[in-house]
Write a protein that binds this ligand. Structure first.
Ligand code: BJW
Length: 237
């Protein structure tokens, strides 16, 4: 069995928990209804902070009522089982939800930030923020009013923890992407980096992603079914 498994998750892993995906082939994704340039860029936030904050408030409230699904629980189990055998799981998520943590995953790398945190653009302090965020809120650290934003990574901004991710990719012996469309970089490029290191790659998705041709192996179907079955199979070997 592989000892160091690198898993990259995307919105598809949380879809069955009731959190929307961004893009799907049925045209039902979040970005089919809302303009990402207005809601997920620093320029959009500067132009209309109230609209952007309301978008994230609605998604935060939805998250607080959501629960992890069997795919999240299976990945938490995989982390524990690999550790017990002297191996490790690197779980990198593009998701800003906390469903991996609530399912029991201990180490989760949130490369696109976290919805339940706010960052002050004045003092850069990051705070746990489980409630609505308004332009009238003051930063609890520096008292600046109107400088708080969701601690998420928008288009044109640098994703987080890229050095740690690069290190883990170089030391992995299996790369698995779960529920991600392969449309957003740099995450969409991780599979090519893994391949360049000679690491076997596997895609788990409802349907083939944009970069499906880069994977050695593929399992298609709902994450809540495919991920637990894949983890079981892996732990039996
Ligand atoms: C299921 C399922 C089920 C459904 N079971 N599966 C031109 C070319 C190349 C790059 C660029 C370009 N122009 C601009 C760029 C860069 C840009 C980019 O990639 N843009 C593309 C749109 C082209 N990237 C950036 O700006 C990033 N920063 C950056 O590049 O900095 C410079 C840099 C350069 C080099 C190295 C390092 C840095 C930042 C990207 C930030 C993305 N932010 C968002 C919003 C975060 C906050 C929020 O949530 O609101 O992140 S956008 C959105 O997309 C979100 C996601 O994390 C991200 C990825 O989406 P994901 O997770 O793949 O979801 P979907 O919806 O796309 O796919 C869901 C999948 O699930 C589908 O495949 C379904 O089939 C599947 N599925 N149900 C299993 N039940």
């Amino acid at each position: 069995m592989s000892q160091h498994i690198f898993v990259l998750t995307g919105a598809g892993v949380s879809a069955e928990s009731g959190l929307g995906t961004f893009r799907d082939k049925s045209g039902e994704g979040i970005w089919a209804k809302f303009d990402p340039m207005k809601l997920a860029t620093p320029q959009g936030f500067e132009r209309d902070p109230r609209t952007v904050l309301a978008f994230y408030d609605a998604r935060r409230r939805n998250l607080l009522g959501a629960r992890p699904n069997p795919a999240h629980f299976a990945l938490a189990r995989l982390e524990q089982a690999l550790a017990a055998r002297g191996g490790r799981l690197t779980l990198v998520t593009q998701n800003i939800d906390d469903l991996h943590e609530r399912a029991g995953s201990r180490e989760v790398v949130h490369m696109h930030g976290e919805l339940l945190k706010a960052r002050c653009q004045s003092c850069e302090t990051v705070q746990v923020w489980p409630r609505d965020l308004t332009v009238d809120d003051a930063c609890p650290e520096c008292d600046h009013v109107g400088a708080l934003r969701p601690d998420v990574v928008w288009f044109g901004e640098f994703p987080l923890h890229l050095d740690d991710i690069d290190h883990a990719l170089r030391h992995a012996d299996l790369f698995v992407a779960i529920g991600t469309s392969g449309a957003v970089y740099p995450a969409a490029g991780f599979v090519a980096e893994a391949r360049a290191q000679g690491v076997p790659t596997c895609e788990i998705n409802l349907e083939a992603a944009d970069n499906a041709f880069l994977f050695d192996d593929a399992r298609y179907g709902p994450a809540s079914e495919i991920v637990p079955a894949w983890v079981e199979e892996l732990l039996e070997t």
